[in-house]
Design a protein around this ligand. Structure first.
Ligand code: ZN
Length: 135
């Protein structure tokens, strides 16, 4: 049901500083920035071969990423897995006792339907499931 790692999400304090830094680090230009209003998050994407890196910065002082950085500092925030059918995967995890952070898939960046799995249930790494949104 899980196909591959779709992207790795990195929490950054300042997106406009992090983007040029990562353009040098990854030797590729940022191909897209996108705000996710519902999450108070601004994202920037980089493509490296088949893999993506997503930088995430908070747009508000009390957003999820701001809270994360205040608690843990900048760093890997989540690993996202591409799934064929997010509804099926969510059902499967729920039936096996995993706690999901949202009951129904929600709209994420990059035209995806997403769901997060409670990090206490995943040995500390926030897990994002994502499925391409049909347009
Ligand atoms: Zn993500």
């Amino acid at each position: 049901m899980l196909n591959k790692i779709e992207h790795i999400g990195i929490a950054v304090a300042n997106l406009s500083e992090a983007i040029p830094r990562y353009e040098i680090l990854l030797n590729t230009p940022c191909y897209k920035t996108e705000s996710v209003a519902s999450e108070n998050v601004e994202t920037a994407f980089f493509q490296i071969g088949p893999n993506k890196i997503e930088l995430l910065a908070s747009t508000t002082d009390d957003g999820v990423i701001a809270k994360y950085i205040a608690k843990k500092g900048e760093g890997i925030h989540h690993i996202a897995y591409a799934v064929d059918n997010i509804y099926q995967t969510m059902k499967h995890l729920k039936e096996n006792g995993f706690q999901l952070l949202n009951e129904t898939p929600k709209n994420g960046a990059d035209n995806k339907l997403i769901c997060f799995v409670y990090p206490k249930d995943t040995n500390g790494v926030l897990m994002e499931l994502c499925m391409e949104r049909s347009t």
